[in-house]
Design a protein around this ligand. Structure first.
Ligand code: EPU
Length: 337
């Protein structure tokens, strides 16, 4: 364990922003992490996982702690289900593939989501009809103040759409060190009715899909629609899909009759922010080294050496335009730092 100084964070964030960390340390065990947390000379700390949900708008004048704690293990199992524990530093997609390889079902729809296991519960990652909470059993986290390890059950996490206690009351108070999932060993519950999964499977000529087939279908859809951060810097969906009242939606339909929506409750609907951004004319727009992705308007991209502050300005322009055109406020999904 070694503390470095003035380190570029470009390799540590999927947006590929070249901001600097004044101090940087990578920890590969809980013991190392506890030692770092005891260091009194660095009062301000930033916890970094896979760096896939952040936009760095400036140099970070603090100690960045990179959580690199690895390891996957089976906690217990019976005939139908298995509890699998993954440490926070495991890459999310590699963990999904590990489970699929063992024929453990439940997270196959979440294939190819960037980031690490430890960050996944914070925003309750989700895609193609499944959210992390559906397979979540518990997680362990170190309380920054007491340095004690606490267990969070599913109920204690208060999961919601791209939200959890770790973005609310527990924000900046805990570091998740591992997550335990409850997965199926047989009679897998398949989710194939969301979006284009069914047609993708049809194209693959598959009638009775396995979890392996679903993972392949999801990987194929994501590869077509979403840019690979290894080629073009990005943080996935930059904004959340906004929830509006049914009354507002009905009146918007008078001017925008093709506006899609998903039911949320008796009085509210969710509108795809990607549709709003496309309608506002931003899809595929490029401004020098940054812009809006050509296949999915919800994704802002860095083509090379964009500054985080420039991407933030573009995000604010998009928010203002959506507000003006539709009277809808869209909220950033990524953390702006
Ligand atoms: N749409 C457009 N233009 C676009 C993009 C989308 O018109 O450029 C409209 C279309 O009507 C489309 C609808 O939006 O049918 C939904 O699009 P999509 O299926 O791509 O899903 P999304 O709502 O835009 C959400 C998640 C994604 C997740 C997909 C699939 C959020 C903020 N985003 O996007 O998550 O992969 O559903 O489940 O909820 C992420 O969080 O980083 C992420 C990529």
């Amino acid at each position: 364990m070694q503390i470095s100084h003035n380190i570029s964070l470009k390799p540590y964030n999927t947006f590929g922003i070249d901001a600097k960390a004044k101090h940087f340390v990578s920890v590969s065990s809980i013991e190392e992490l506890k030692k770092v947390l005891e260091l009194t000379e660095y009062p301000n700390k930033l916890i970094l996982g896979g760096g896939s949900n952040m936009l760095l708008t400036k140099d970070q004048d603090l100690l960045v702690i990179h959580i690199n704690i690895k390891g996957i293990s089976i906690v217990s199992e019976d005939t139908d289900t298995v509890l699998v524990k993954a440490n926070a530093g495991e890459n999310w997609h590699e963990f999904v593939l590990w489970c699929i390889n063992k024929d453990f079902g439940g997270i196959e729809n979440l294939s190819l989501i960037p980031g690490n296991v430890g960050s996944a519960p914070i925003q309750n990652i989700g895609a193609y009809g499944v959210e992390l909470k559906d397979a979540f059993f518990s997680c362990e986290a170190i309380a920054l103040e007491s340095k004690k390890i606490e267990t969070f059950t599913k109920e204690a996490c208060y999961f919601d759409y791209r939200n959890s206690i770790f973005k609310q009351q527990a924000k900046d108070k805990y570091i998740i060190i591992n997550v335990t999932f409850k997965l199926t060993k047989q009679n897998h519950k398949l989710h194939i009715h969301y979006g284009t999964i069914a047609s993708e499977l049809e194209g693959m000529k598959i009638n009775n899909p396995t979890i392996q087939d679903i993972s392949k279908a999801v990987i194929s859809i994501r590869t077509q629609k979403l840019p690979n951060p290894k080629d073009i810097g990005n943080s996935g969906s930059f904004f959340k899909n906004p929830v509006i009242t049914k009354t507002q939606y009905q009146s918007l339909l008078e001017n925008f009759e093709d506006m899609p929506s998903y039911a949320v409750s008796d009085t509210e609907v969710k509108v795809p922010a990607g549709w709003l951004i496309e309608k506002a004319g931003f899809k595929g727009k490029r401004f020098g080294d940054y812009g809006v992705h050509k296949n999915q308007a919800l994704v802002l991209v860095n083509y090379g050496d964009a500054k985080g502050s420039d991407i933030l300005k573009l995000a604010e322009l998009i928010q203002k335009t959506i507000k003006r055109l539709f009277n809808i406020s869209i909220e950033a999904e990524v953390n702006i730092l």
